[in-house]
Design a protein around this ligand. Sequence first.
Ligand code: DX5
Ligand code: ZN
Length: 216
Amino acid sequence: MILAPSILAADFGRLAEEIAGAERGGASLFHLDVMDGHFVPNITIGPPVIKAVRRATRLPLDVHLMIENADRYVDAFADAGADWVSLHVEALPHLQRTVAHLHQRGLKAGAALNPSTPLVSLEEILPELDYVLVMSVNPGFGGQAFLPASLDKVRRLRETIRGRAAPAQIEVDGGVDAGNVKALVQAGVDVIVAGTAVFGAGDPQTAARRLLEAAR
Ligand code: DX5
Ligand code: ZN
């Protein structure tokens, strides 16, 4: 299991310090939430901030695109330094084309599912994915409560991946904290995203370490 802190809950005025702290606490990947005010009711960051984070860490960057027409922007995010890119199946009618394009560029490609989007929507694309991002809140904001049904969704996805011998890792995003992280790992999660639990209170180094300890 690896920890991917979401910088959405970080202090953007001290981003490099926040990132360094989380890294010292055991982060292995940074999760960057891109929102356009259309696909989700919030606006966050774009390629310039990804570029700044790229300069602040050597860890890989996981860019979660919560935007319409993501296919038009993936190259800009790749150029800015993204290593992993997740695409919402609800927002992209030609998902396979964009997944193939990301692979051509040497990036990891993931499909993200809203809480109400069934796993069966991955039926055809699953073998091509490097990861599946299971949203455990409705995307748009940090600091929301974990939706408990996500746990069973992760379990079923783990079974499907095993049954089909697919290479995809499972990432979970939203409301993860020290109280639910262990159950998520037991359900089969490989990548834990956490915003508030890492950057929400005081020192990200201690918070990241605590979360990793709680997962064991
Ligand atoms: C929600 C984002 C999440 C969010 C997680 O739309 O995709 O990555 O930043 O934040 P917490 O951990 O606070 O729920
Ligand atoms: Zn996210």
